[in-house]
Structure formats: C-alpha cells, structure tokens
Ligand binder design. Sequence first.
Ligand code: GLU
Length: 375
Amino acid sequence: MLNPSWRRIVLKVGSALIAPDPQAGCSEKYLGPIADFIRQCRDRDIEVILVSSGSVAAGRHHFNFNHHRVPIALKRAMAAVGQNQMMNFWSNCFDFPCAQVLLTHGDLSDRVRHVNVRNTLRRLLDHQVLPIVNENDTIATEEIKVGDNDNLAAMVATVANADALIICSDITGLFTADPNKDPSAQLIPEVRTIDERIYSLAGGASSSVGTGGMRTKVQAAEKATTHGVDTLIVDGHQQDTFTRLLDGFNPGTIFHGHKDPMSGKKHWVRHTLRAKGEIWVDDGCMKALRHQGASLLCSGIVHVQGEFEPGDAVIVRCGSGKVSIAKGVSRYSARELFSIKGQQTSEIAEHLGDILPGSTYEVIHRDEMTLLERL
Ligand code: GLU
C-alpha cells in the first residue's frame, strides 16, 4: 500500500508492540520487522517520523507495583525510566541517528511552539535523522496532555505535513463488529467518510496495554484525513503486514485523505485547540454562520458560558444550547462578551472603547472558525 506518491510518513507504534509483557520491559519480539520497514522506506526516499508509545509499559517492571491502576506520580516515574530504555532500544536497531522529541498538547496548541516543532522535525529529516516522538509523560498533567498517542501521531502528521499516517496496532484494522466477541466480524478495507456509523463501529475493540482503543484511532484518522493525510490502521504483530505494505497492498483499513483539505489554520482550530467556553447564538446568527459563511458578530449572541480570554477557542451553540454549530477563536474575553452581547457594532465601541484598533468587531472571524457537523 506504500503509495508511490508518499514522500513522508508518520508511523505510530503502540505500547503493546514495544513492551507486550509490561512485567518484562521492552521486547525485540515485534520491533525487528518494524525497524526493517523503516529502513526500507528510507531506502526508497520516503521520510519517516516514528511516534513510539511504551515509556510507561517499558519502565513498569522496575517498580514493585502490581495493581492494574497505577497512580499518576508513579506513572510519571515509570515513563522517565522507560522512555530512556525505549529510545535505546530503537537506537540499537539503526545505524543512523535517532532524535527524541517529547511533546505535550501545549506544544502543539501554542502557535509559536507549533512552528518550532515543525521546523525541528524538518531539520531532523533534512539531516537523515529519525525523529522518535512521544508524549512527555513525565511532566504532562491532565490539562496539557494529548492523552493518547493515536491522536498525538495525527497531530504530528499534520504539523509535519506528512502524506500518510500508519498506525501499527494489535488488531488488523476496523471491523464491522468487535472481532474478539463476534466471529462473523468483517474487516473494512477502506473508509472514505468518517461519520457516526464509523465511530459506532470503533466502540468495542481495545488494547489492554496502551491508552488508545479503536475510538482514538478513528479520531486520529479524522484529524489526519481532514488535513489530506491518508491513514492506515494495520496489525503490527504480523511481519507480513510490512511486507504487504512494501509490496503495495493494503493489509488493514485505509481512511482516504481528503482531496480538498481544510486550511491549516482552520484545521488547527478544529483539531488541536481545546475549547475554553461557549457562545450561544440566536436563529438568525446560526443561519448566517451555517449557510452564508459569515463571521460571528455580537448582535447574534444570547448567552456566554465559561471563562475565556481573547485568542481562546470556544464552541458556538444555537440558542437552546443543545446543538453545536461551530468552533472558533474568540477575539474577546468572556467578561467582555457578557457586557456587549446582543449589541450592534455601533454600540460596542461606546462600551469597550477602541480595544481592537481597526477591528470590525467580529467576535469570531470566519477564517478562524469551522462548522461542526458533529461534536
Ligand atoms: N505516551 C504513553 C507511553 O509512552 C502511551 C500513550 C498511548 O499508548 O497511547 O506510555
């Protein structure tokens, strides 16, 4: 399935492949064929970025702790030990240098750091270094972490402008039912539209070692394909998977990248920024946003919820608050919007003064807003 047009791929390898037995640390069992695949891609002039999970699973056996639920402080300590071991493991597979890139959600949602990540990945690839990305589990808190490496890999694929994202899992791909429970479950070889039906199929199958299940893989596919990135879910346990990929076959499920991808800014707003609050609007405003591609103006706002500052992302909902219409970057704080909601542009200047020189008082500009079909 290696499409001849792909020049840069992101390969995501889950914890269940790095450390299949968490009581035993990193294992060579599955990494050999994956390392060989990376080498062969590079020989074909395809740049590879590896997103490798497994820091917690690889470090776990050094700690005398046998309960299933690991307290967060201990998890961070396990990650600190295991990250190092996992990097050593990969480095020993190759005769070219590997670079450790540890990220949190904050690094991708801050525009300046986002650009730094992009530039660093490019420099590494230009110098034939293999970037190995993981979440910075040792310092990440709930608020700043991505939380699973499927979504992290999709963010990396978009920031790096990759052509494809290959998620190596412990299951062959997306099935019509959970194959662990239903023997009649069929593999779905290709998906062109990710909708509620696809999400409902993703509900069941999950891995016991890593954080992600099939749902996070479908979320990752949605993030990546709306940026134009073809996304595959394949079984990383099977050596044959990589042979088939190299021979041009699809060994799992492919989600086709959109031919007409979202702009980089809108994609970042939709898929990377986290909403800090809500703005509820009246019917007229809802229609203007949905059908006329309008920016959000103050006059249509009926209610504001949450605490947010200018530059934060918010969800726009219809007046009853039941339906999400859009997500965008607010140019005003929640506090300011409380005092000016429902007002015409001419009245706003009196209230706030000229706080945004030259501004047309859009609350959310259309270029920084995406419509939501589902949330
Ligand atoms: N970042 C986590 C780790 O390295 C894994 C998260 C995941 O498996 O999705 O242990």
